[in-house]
Write a protein that binds this ligand. Structure first.
Ligand SMILES: O=C(O)CCC(=O)C(=O)O
Ligand SMILES: [Fe+2]
Length: 298
């Protein structure tokens, strides 16, 4: 059974959110939207609340022509929630503590499907990303809707997934870096300095704390294995879920322009940045909102 839609993006002017009339262009029925006519740097409290509501409704929100700097990026983020440090272990250098910089010239790529920082007990609620240097072309970012992916599984597989837990391990990606480039002292995360990356366990199906909707909460970037099954079973289950999550009809793709700002709900999406721009440079700045401990179905 497919949940695919071939409807072209349709403008849906005048969607009422938190008392504010938003000019919304939906990318799909429940996933992805551009909000038009907003200036986040000058947004009223009602507009900020409406943007946050739209983030819950659409999971990925695009705002064009914002042209923020780090300070304005951080100010806007802080109006949406509590900010974390940029990353638990990565040192982004000459940027504010809240900013995580991905610079292609410093091996900063995100060309593996992942959900941000799921290797910590409390992964971020959401992320807010803006381009600083864009390649001439290429470098689009893709997001996958993990709610739609859960809902479009067959019932027996949903029921299997509901009962599973998985280990997420940041050592594979950042362990060497933490030990050897940071001398074992990373950044502060969740009130503590990160000195090691102990693997954490999360439910394979996450219940969204605000909507109650279930989503698949595993990702190729950080999930190491499913607990309580054989290695071969774990590999097979994860491969099945990853292939399903990344079906084209579960994905929106964003072509960046200078001035863009994209927000995503990090509790029920995955993302992937295309590495298709040769030797051109691409620099992105991200901030993240503090999240909670993922909860599975009862
Ligand atoms: O560079 C991108 O488009 C996405 C990078 C990324 O994974 C992130 O900011 O969390
Ligand atoms: Fe990411």
């Amino acid at each position: 059974m497919s949940t695919a839609t071939t409807t072209p993006a349709a403008p849906m002017a005048g969607v009422l959110r938190s008392g504010v009339e938003l000019d919304v262009e939906e990318f799909g029925p429940h996933f992805g939207a551009e909000l038009r006519g907003l200036r986040v740097a000058q947004a009223s409290d009602d507009e900020v609340a409406a943007i946050r509501r739209a983030l819950i409704d659409y999971k990925v929100i695009v705002l064009r022509d914002q042209h923020l700097d780090d300070a304005a990026h951080i100010d806007f983020g802080a109006r949406l929630g509590e900010l974390t440090t940029g990353h638990p272990v990565w040192d982004s250098g000459d940027v504010p503590d809240e900013v995580y910089e991905l610079d292609s010239a410093d091996n900063g790529f995100a060309d593996v499907w992942h959900t941000d920082v799921t290797f910590m007990a409390r992964p971020p609620l959401g992320s807010i990303l803006r381009p600083v240097v864009l390649p001439r072309n290429g470098g689009d970012t893709n997001w996958a809707d993990a709610v739609l992916a859960y809902d479009s599984l067959s019932q027996p597989v949903r029921e299997l997934a509901d009962r599973l837990t998985a280990v997420h391990d940041g050592n594979r990606e950042f362990g060497y870096y933490l030990k050897h480039r940071r001398g074992g002292s990373g950044n502060r995360w969740d009130g503590r300095e990160v000195t090691e990356l102990a693997p954490v366990t999360h439910p394979v199906v996450r219940v969204h704390p605000e909507t109650g909707r279930r989503s698949l909460f595993v990702n190729p970037g950080f999930t190491s294995h499913i607990e309580g099954v054989s290695e071969a079973e774990s590999r097979g289950i994860l491969d099945l879920l990853y292939a399903h999550l990344t079906k084209p009809e579960h994905i929106v793709r964003h072509r960046w322009r200078p001035g863009d700002l994209v927000l995503w709900d990090n509790r029920n999406t995955l993302h992937y940045a295309n590495r298709d721009y040769g030797d051109n440079r691409r620099v992105m700045h991200r901030i993240t909102l503090r999240g909670d401990v993922p909860v599975g179905p009862a």
